[in-house]
Design a protein around this ligand. Structure first.
Ligand SMILES: [Zn+2]
Length: 285
């Protein structure tokens, strides 16, 4: 059984780029008679805005999405993430870190895929007493490789490209990477289709799956929607919320954007007809 998912963060209303990602994961699961789940990624409560989750859910409903199980909220699953952390600690794979951002910047000259690499300071010297500690996972010299269904072969050497990364922040919040690895496994998600902005997160999630004994899904990262300035549509670039009218033409535009779909014929003007056409026409190149 194909089980796919859409997992928005409620840091702002859905915009056109998120609609495109939702459409892609939906068509991919439904075209293979699979299930599609909705997960609200509100693990970082400091970034989530009140009522935005409900707004996202009603927007998806307006566009005709149907999910096949109860919606899950990461904010209600911290016990599961804590269990994963405690398993990693028992395996000797996690260690506390009291370094500040500045201390890391001052003590490391190594660059990874997301900026300065953590040099492993707290692995070799005792953490500062009385300072709240983050938890990091140890990385080693292994290369994590996967075949993305759209972007092709991707790989990172964990220690050189990623470094020991945070799985629980010093303020107690679990990291996005840990939450996603746990949730995808526990929800039985084996087919991840999402935006290419998350392509670089995938090796970290696979690394965590391997350490936790979870299976690895297949991945497809779809091209990003950009604005006229070439920036990715996001809350940071102030992408507009999806309109609450003109639903059919907005949905058609999302279909138009995806190279995995041919251009919808003008005859398709109702939401159910458009969805049926899209699910039958979907092909991942
Ligand atoms: Zn440290």
């Amino acid at each position: 059984m194909v089980v796919g998912r859409f997992a928005p963060s409620p840091t702002g209303p859905l915009h056109f780029g998120s609609l495109v990602a939702a459409v892609a994961s939906y068509c991919d699961a439904k075209s293979r008679h699979g299930q599609w789940l909705l997960r609200i990624e509100d693990v970082d409560q400091t970034r989530c805005l009140p009522n935005v989750s409900d707004d996202i859910i009603s927007t998806l409903q307006r566009f005709g999405f149907e999910w096949d199980a109860e919606i899950i909220y990461q904010s209600q699953r911290t016990d599961l993430y804590a269990q994963a952390l405690s398993q990693l600690r028992q395996q000797g794979l996690a260690y506390p870190c009291t370094c500040s951002r500045k201390e890391i910047a001052d003590s490391s000259t190594l660059q990874g895929i997301e900026g300065i690499l953590y040099p492993g300071t707290c692995l070799v010297q005792p953490v500062k007493p009385g300072t709240a500690a983050a938890w990091r996972i140890k990385t080693d010299a292994q290369t994590i490789q996967f075949h993305d269904r759209i972007q092709g072969v991707q790989q990172h050497q964990m220690r050189r490209d990623i470094g020991d990364f945070v799985i629980q922040r010093a303020d107690g919040l679990f990291s996005y990477q840990l939450a996603v690895a746990v949730d995808d496994a526990l929800q039985g998600i084996m087919h991840v289709v999402r935006g290419a902005d998350l392509l670089h997160s995938t090796t970290r999630q696979i690394y965590l799956q391997q350490q936790l004994g979870f299976p690895t899904p297949t991945y497809a990262h779809i091209g990003l929607v950009r604005n006229a300035q070439g920036q990715k549509l996001s809350k940071q670039t102030l992408a507009a919320a999806l309109p609450s009218d003109n639903l059919v033409s907005t949905l058609r535009s999302a279909f138009d954007f995806l190279p995995q779909l041919p251009n919808p014929t003008p005859a398709l003007q109702s939401m159910p007809a458009l969805w049926q056409w899209a699910i039958e026409s979907w092909q991942l190149h």
